[in-house]
Design a protein around this ligand. Sequence first.
Ligand code: FES
Length: 208
Amino acid sequence: MTPRWTATGLSQDLPKGVVMAGHWQGHDLAVWRSATGRLQAWNDRCPHRGMRLSHGFVRGETLACIYHGWVYGAEGGCKHIPAHPALTPPATITVTAFACVEQDGVIWVAPADMAGSPPAVSGVQPLRSVSLTCDLAAVLAVEPALLGQDILRGTVQIDGQGHDVCLLVQNNPAGLTLHALCGVRANKVAASHWVENLRRRAEMKVAA
Ligand code: FES
């Protein structure tokens, strides 16, 4: 699979001091924002015993594992081991970090050495993310106005009017997550209902 920038969330859903789970091309991620707003995306596995770091806690500019409390700093290096407070952790204890960029209100992730910038999604505003248990083919089958593969875009009917919609596709082991953006003139409540209805219709098509 060719590495590419993948949308893993919307900026509005990750305030300062919060960690959330994400996914990038087969890798589970811990995506977190420090107290000062610095954004990071790491492999979701503590180097100690493998606990998910997305279950951990943001402490200032660090992320602490929920299991034994090992603390990791900005570049993924272990900074503190509570059971050995006098020890300076070896530099080899490091979490794999990904490139993580915010653009157009979207959190994009790619390998650390990825060149270039994420694709631009102009003319739309962030709306919501929704997880589906079906595949992309089901989504395209129930809403043929949407065109694309990793970025679905088209004009759909919301509240009886045509509005531009952009859905950023994140594939997950259990299906996919769509990060939705809508035209700036669309009513966001109505657009959110349209997204939920799309999820329901696509999942029902698979079940039928
Ligand atoms: S598993 Fe993370 S500190 Fe032990």
